[in-house]
Design a protein around this ligand. Sequence first.
Ligand SMILES: Cc1cc2nc3c(=O)[nH]c(=O)nc-3n(C[C@H](O)[C@H](O)[C@H](O)COP(=O)(O)O)c2cc1C
Length: 208
Amino acid sequence: MQESVPDRDELRDEVAKHRTPEYDVDPLFVNRWSPRAMTGEPLDDEEFLPLFEAARWAPSAFNNQHWRFLYASREDEEWDTFVDLLNEGNQSWATDAAVLAVIVSKTTFDHNGEPAPVHSFDTGAAWENLALEGARRGLAVHGMAGFDYERAAAELDVPEEFAVEAMVAIGERAPAETLPDELQERERPSDRKPLSEIVHQGGFRNQE
Ligand SMILES: Cc1cc2nc3c(=O)[nH]c(=O)nc-3n(C[C@H](O)[C@H](O)[C@H](O)COP(=O)(O)O)c2cc1C
């Protein structure tokens, strides 16, 4: 059970040391990062279900809401199935999560059954909502592509018209020292490309 929610209105100290936004934006965006160190303690439903609630309010084409979240809490029978999907690198830290989830998306529109080219885009928006709500609550939320996609689909009975997108580890944060040595120095917020590299007025400009 998590004890307190950190201050939501400011850039957190651990973040301010590594990140300087170019413009004034809500600190929520900059405070989100992907810690790996987690306590291995379970979370109550009321502590992690709100993250899926946040995901639910993402926008999507035709309001189709392509996202689905399959999860196991560490006390669930299915926990080992979820852990076994992860590659070794991710297992070295993500086994201390409270919840592991596989994010899948429906590849067709509900209203006409046609392929939905935006299914991953929209599901990405839902995932970011989830991550932001987790960060707001002071939880560790860490996306993962390092797992067996085919086995995830097979072992979790994902229907044909759904695509497996990513996994996510959610847990109570722990000190970096609890991580394997090689991960300790990476346990900090990363920087970003400058705005000038990602935003182009007019057509796409080659940077070279
Ligand atoms: C879809 C996705 C897949 C990722 N896969 C992994 C992974 O398999 N293992 C890992 O340790 N981190 C993974 N990450 C975390 C990214 O490396 C991290 O988000 C990125 O370096 C930016 O850092 P930040 O989230 O701390 O801002 C993944 C993130 C996303 C969004």
